[in-house]
Design a protein around this ligand. Structure first.
Ligand SMILES: [Zn+2]
Length: 268
């Protein structure tokens, strides 16, 4: 292989011990595929394909063994990241974002989230992204993360992911990351201005956002009484909302998950 910007001129053959050497446009050397034009795109794609195979096998095994999310994230770092970053000392100056995309895909799959969920929230829930400053900046710039930034103050793994049974955990993750069908999200699809995305289940004429759903909407009063402590229900404000969303108390979290799962049924 001759490295050059365009196809090389092969009219002068190379010989080794009197044997004519083949001309190839790419060659795998020590596990990394080099391309004739010096571009690592093909090599990186092959690494990503291999890593994806490892990721799918990890997901299959984890499902069989019913592993906790935290363990699965650790296994991803141990089993998949080394494949993705293989020889990145050579190519890392160009395509490092491929690590991010596969890791994000993995996290969204684990948390049962839509592909369109903003990355900053996925990083925030799993505590997977090491660049804290970048995360804060992304959250501030992401209009979809308005609700998220009301309660997510620190960048760390969310312990509720370990504390709740699957169905409530999934409902709560969806609620926290705006993967739901409340008016505030539905209005986004039709480009409705935010103030016009009002709740259709009551006549308070308030924006149908997460706060309204959790602490305000009279349509959910019955289940709210069942699952949300009186302190939060009476005179609700954003401070109480944030406190409830960040509670480490297992029972409160469980009830919060139950409330959200029940409440979502109204918005099917
Ligand atoms: Zn309402």
């Amino acid at each position: 292989m001759i490295f050059c910007g365009k196809k090389a001129n092969y009219q002068f053959p190379f010989k080794f011990q009197n044997q004519k050497l083949d001309h190839v446009s790419s060659f795998k050397y020590l596990g990394l595929t080099f391309n004739f034009n010096g571009n690592f795109k093909v090599g990186i794609k092959l690494l990503k394909d291999q890593a994806r195979k490892a990721m799918m096998s990890l997901l299959r095994k984890s499902r069989q063994l019913d592993l906790p999310i935290k363990t699965q994230l650790e296994l991803f770092q141990t089993l998949v990241t080394p494949i993705l970053t293989y020889s990145c000392e050579v190519w890392g100056y160009t395509g490092i974002e491929i690590i991010e995309t596969l890791q994000l895909e993995f996290c969204k799959y684990l948390l049962h989230l839509k592909k369109s969920t903003p990355n900053c929230m996925v990083y925030g829930e799993t505590g997977q992204y090491p660049l804290y400053i970048y995360w804060t900046k992304a959250c501030n710039e992401c209009s979809k993360a308005d609700n998220y930034s009301l309660f997510k103050m620190n960048f760390h793994y969310e312990s509720y992911l370990d504390k709740l049974p699957n169905c409530y955990k999934i409902a709560l993750t969806k609620f926290r990351t705006s993967n739901h069908k409340l008016p505030i999200e539905k209005g986004r699809y039709t480009n409705l201005p935010k103030y016009e995305r009002v709740c259709t289940k009551c006549n308070l004429n308030r924006v149908g956002d997460e706060f309204h759903f959790l602490l305000e909407c009279p349509a959910l009063a019955e289940i709210r009484e069942k699952f949300i402590p009186p302190h939060f229900r009476q005179h609700p404000n954003f401070f109480k909302y944030s406190n409830l969303m960040t509670t480490p108390n297992r029972k409160k979290l469980l009830n919060l998950g139950k409330f959200v799962a029940e409440g979502f049924k109204l918005y099917k």
